[in-house]
Design a protein around this ligand. Sequence first.
Ligand code: PGA
Length: 257
Amino acid sequence: MPARKPFVGGNWKMNLHTDDAVALAKSLADRFDATDKVDVVICPAFPYLAMVGKTLKDAGSGIKLGAQDAYFQADGAFTGEVSMAMLKDIGVDVVLTGHSERRHVINETDVLINAKTLAALEAGLEVILCIGEKIEQREAGQTHQINMAQLEYGLAGVTAEQMDRVTIAYEPVWAIGTGKTATPADAQEAHDRIRRCLKFGFEWGEAIGDKVRIQYGGSVKPGNAKELFGQADIDGGLIGGASLKADDFVAILEAAC
Ligand code: PGA
């Protein structure tokens, strides 16, 4: 199995305004410099992307800048939307697609998520494609089916070459922001199935599926990060609530080192 460098993302969601966003980015840049051991991205809300990016750059940090969403069209009459090229223009490196809050609160479909994933990759951005089952799907024994379907739709048309810039985030919906975490064994089982789908379910083949990083997301905290990241197919995490506090996020990053 190839050594996969861990990748940890901080998804700030619709939180933090100017002062807090800049202060948090600065604090992370000052306190965490092991980006040779773990790739790190922070994803502020749209209005703060440029200033958080500048804060990271001024501090000489290797932490990447991520956007929580973007639209798939290149430009034109799409009021309220932001294109991949606009994000690239202001220094964004990574885009999240398919986050469960966009699937289930904003009602994004698999077709739209796929279009966004392809557009981000075509624009030269990295993508974190989020997948995961709802509680009723888990209780009905459909976890793997849901994950496979979201993977297959989400990655349709992605080339072998583009897969170098794709990370999967497995985020069981019932674990997001609820304080409930999948046990490391349950998470590993889901990740193993996702890995097998990436290796054998697509035309690009086994070696590429082996290299893809699969993050776990859903109530990751300093207290459970080490054990989760210690699982064979868990290559880091996508962190919501605990990424809003420098102490907690740095502790989680250290757990991934
Ligand atoms: P959480 O969110 O860590 O607050 O559960 C994770 C996510 O939504 O990416």
